[in-house]
Design a protein around this ligand. Structure first.
Ligand code: UDP
Ligand code: MG
Length: 336
């Protein structure tokens, strides 16, 4: 890893096609951290094909507290977070989105809780009008199912906006699995934690980078990387259907031997058969999914590739990292 002056804390921001947000975000963070002396902002460009990287370069040429890492292509939000944690130098790391949905005013609260001794400071989105009821219901349901299946509790409304102490970061970057799911891992690693509520803003510019497909993929990856309960589903359904088949067998034998009737019904047989075949294929699919995950893990390919890194000391020379806020000039208006 590069040699870099250590700072008190780092702000890690995954960026995917966020050209309309970066200048404003950078400015907002500096406003929120006016009283802080030693921090860095680390943008991780997850293979954006817009001007995001140019903007990150220009920000770091003006501000020596800003650095950047660029992926060689789009690898995904969770990997961008991982790379950010790997490269952050602070004694604490705040991770947040680039789209200004995570309000800057929460950052000082995260720091305060950390300075009081919390190793993990999570945030919880207060449900508000910006979030559609479908998103609310599906998200609540998902985290309930997730907790039930994995035994790892994640509160509904959790996002990847949080602060992690260096000790936690050092543990998290040790995880070598390719399907990293930070929301689960952060809860899994333990440590004392606290929680801060916040109102989620609207996305400032651009559209969500999580399509329905990506969202479902993310949700499924989360479950399969934390729980093997879906694999046991087959056993449960097998037991239930065997019991049912056994009952039917006894029943038809009884009717045949002791009565004049025979068991009627082509339709019922076909219905049952197709149902069971359906279930069988779903279970084979689930099995395949886990085998696929094993294959990915066994191959052990790198999870992401970094194509460029901006180290401010190369631009600015080895000056002290904690410069005065007045050195930064901004033009955009206050937002809150
Ligand atoms: N992001 C990323 N790689 C991706 C998708 C998203 O780095 O492939 C970043 C994105 O730039 C943003 C954060 O992850 O900073 C969250 O994405 P988004 O705001 O689109 O998700 P939403 O808030 O809609 O769940
Ligand atoms: Mg967002």
């Amino acid at each position: 890893m590069e040699t870099f002056n250590k700072v008190e804390f780092s702000i890690v921001i995954p960026v995917y096609k966020e050209e309309g947000n970066l200048n404003r975000l950078h400015e907002e963070i500096h406003k929120a951290l006016q009283n802080e002396r030693s921090f860095e902002i680390l943008f991780v460009d997850d293979g954006s094909n817009d001007d995001s990287w140019e903007i990150i370069k220009s920000l770091s040429s003006k501000d020596m507290r800003t650095r950047g890492i660029r992926f060689s292509k789009n690898f995904g939000h969770q990997y961008a977070l991982h790379a950010g944690l790997m490269h952050a130098t602070g004694n604490a790391v705040v991770t947040m989105d680039a789209d200004l949905q995570h309000p800057r005013s929460v950052i000082p609260q995260l720091l305060e809780a950390w300075r009081k001794g919390s190793k993990i400071v999570n945030t919880l989105r207060i449900p508000n009008k910006n979030i559609t009821w479908i998103k609310k219901v599906t998200s609540n349901l998902y985290y309930k199912i997730f907790s039930f299946l994995s035994g790892v509790r994640i509160s509904p409304g959790t996002s990847d906006f949080r602060l992690l102490d260096r000790q936690v970061v050092d543990e998290l970057v040790k995880f070598n699995e390719s399907g990293v799911f930070f929301r689960g891992l952060v809860s899994w690693v333990g440590f004392n934690n606290s929680q801060i509520l916040f109102q989620c803003n609207d996305r400032f510019s651009g559209n969500t980078k999580y399509s329905l497909y990506k969202m479902l993929q993310f949700a499924w990856k989360g479950i399969t990387s934390f729980s093997i309960v879906p694999l046991r589903l087959g056993i449960l359904i097998g037991i239930l259907t065997s019991l049912f088949a056994f009952y039917q067998l006894i029943e038809s034998l009884y009717l045949k031997l002791f009565t004049d009737t025979t068991v009627p019904g082509w339709a019922s047989v076909m219905g049952l058969l197709s149902l069971l075949f359906g279930v069988l294929f779903i279970l084979i699919g689930i099995l395949g999914e886990y085998i696929g995950r094993i294959l990915v893990e066994v191959r052990g390919r790198p999870r992401y590739i970094i194509s460029e890194t901006i180290i401010p000391s190369e631009i600015h020379g080895d000056r002290d990292i904690s410069i005065n806020n007045k050195d930064l000039s901004y033009t955009s208006p206050e937002s809150d």
